[in-house]
Write a new protein. Structure first.
Length: 489
């Protein structure tokens, strides 16, 4: 078997460690890599554990656009072949190309390229991805996320060729990691859920599912510790920060192979400074306290720009407009509580919150109040595809979603497909919501049965060595699970 690994940024060490674990148990397995940025190529070429038969670099695809002559007839032909249903989603999902993110911080939101260059980037990307897949001929693709032009091209083009594609995601149950063939849902867990709920197969993890529910309800808290209220970030000394910035400026100025994705450290300093100013002195005046016995529904803001919005619900990417539509759909005696995402504090401009407060039945709740405290008393929890709604489900609250998300499989979770139906859908949920505890037990059981506990997020963001990641018990379990799924017909 030959596996193509998508090894983006810091995930490259984790993905490489997974490859090492697979190789140890299945020595005949071969690998190629689809990677970015350039330092990962050096890492993959210099290590001695895995021989990657081919390495595709995203930055080379970007460089190629400048030698591309834009051919709209070519793109129209490829639109028929790869359109979803057209080719624009491949461009709009890319935060770097469309919003200059990673180079600049939000709320800076300016395309990195002009309209024709964006199309040339797409054209070059299609040609180079086709060439890579034709030359490497992998049997399978394993990827952590679909969040860019290159990763979406890899996903869709591999699928079109009948190549097995596996993506991993968090179950939102502690450190649970699950695999899926479709980023919109959890494919194998969904099949288990449908079979157990119909009685076609036994319920394997009922006691564990009930235990998890009891523990969560007795002490509701985010599945990831970094999302909790009052989480203290590690402090870095001024001297350490100064050394890092001076070093990064020197490296940036003297780097002969500078790529489009390289961050200008001077912009980094400026953006961080302005974010601190916004966070400390501007935004607190917009926050409100929840009022006891006040009726409200809840919409927690998402990270922005983020894959959750750009890929799973592109029609609802404008959260401000979405909130206006939700507010209009509510009964006259009900408020809409909006709460900032913990990781977005300081990023949005005051004008964003001012626009929210123009909506007469909207309140912006203090971000240091636990989201679960708001969720457990909400009449409805609205979300595009966020974790707060999963917490609402666990607490037995009505949920309306706007995007593709794994818990849409539950019959009592309602998906809104258009603004036109939102008011009626809201009314129906408020008047006829029927929570099904046993269905939720079946669903949690399916997630537990089809997942492993692996602290991938922690290993991803912290500076563990490859050998430490390879030796991690959770990574070893995940590698076994990946290989077992790849061997399924």
């Amino acid at each position: 078997m030959k596996i193509c690994l998508l090894l983006q940024r810091r995930f490259a060490r984790v993905g490489h460690a997974i490859a090492i674990n697979i190789k140890r148990e299945h020595p005949d397995t071969r690998f190629c890599a689809y990677t970015e940025p350039r330092y990962n190529v050096a890492f993959l070429q210099n290590q001695m554990d895995i021989k990657y038969e081919g390495i595709f670099l995203d930055e080379d695809m970007h460089k190629a656009l400048y030698s591309e002559k834009l051919d709209l007839e070519y793109l129209k032909g490829k639109e028929k072949e790869y359109g979803i249903p057209n080719l624009w989603p491949y461009i709009y999902i890319d935060r770097l190309l469309m919003s200059s993110q990673l180079i600049r911080e939000y709320p800076n939101d300016k395309p990195l390229l002009g309209p024709e260059d964006l199309l040339r980037a797409l054209q070059a990307g299609i040609k180079m991805t086709e060439k890579f897949l034709n030359e490497q001929r992998p049997d399978a693709v394993f990827m952590g996320v679909v969040n860019s032009l290159s990763s979406l091209l890899l996903y869709e083009l591999a699928k079109k060729r009948g190549i097995k594609v596996i993506i991993f995601a968090g179950t939102r149950i502690k450190d649970g990691v699950i695999l899926t063939e479709d980023y919109r849902t959890f494919t194998w867990a969904r099949d288990i859920f449908k079979k157990t709920i119909s009685g076609a197969r036994p319920l394997a993890k009922e006691s564990e599912a009930r235990k998890f529910l009891r523990e969560f309800r007795s002490n509701p808290r985010p599945y990831h510790p970094g999302l909790g209220v009052g989480v203290k970030k590690s402090k870095v000394s001024v001297l350490t920060s100064l050394r890092w910035y001076i070093g990064s400026i020197i490296r940036f100025c003297f780097n002969k192979e500078r790529d489009y994705s390289d961050e200008n450290p001077l912009w980094n300093i400026y953006d961080k400074f302005t974010r601190k100013i916004r966070g400390l002195s501007i935004q607190s005046r917009f926050w409100s306290e929840p009022i006891k016995n006040e009726k409200y529904s809840f919409f927690p803001l998402h990270l922005e720009p983020e894959m959750t919005i750009l890929l799973l619900a592109p029609r609802y990417a404008d959260q401000l407009h979405l909130i206006k539509q939700i507010a209009r759909s509510l009964p006259i005696d009900q408020k809409l509580y909006v709460k900032e995402h913990p990781q977005m504090i300081g990023y949005r401009k005051s004008s964003y919150y001012k626009e929210l407060l123009k909506i007469p039945n909207v309140k912006i709740i203090r971000p240091d109040i636990a989201g679960t405290e708001i969720t457990k008393h909400a009449e409805i929890v609205y979300t595009i595809a966020g974790t707060a709604a999963w917490e609402g489900i666990l607490l037995g609250r009505p949920v309306i979603t706007f995007g593709n998300v794994f818990y849409n499989e539950l019959s009592f979770v309602k998906r809104c497909n258009s603004y036109e139906e939102l008011a009626d859908l809201t009314k129906n949920v408020l008047t006829s919501f029927e929570y099904d505890e046993m269905e939720l037990i079946h669903f949690i059981s399916a997630l537990l049965e089809d997942s492993v506990n692996a602290e991938v997020a922690n290993l991803w963001v912290k500076s563990y060595t490859v050998s430490e990641i390879v030796g991690n018990a959770g990574i070893n379990k995940l590698a076994k699970l990946i290989y077992s799924k790849l061997c399924l017909n």
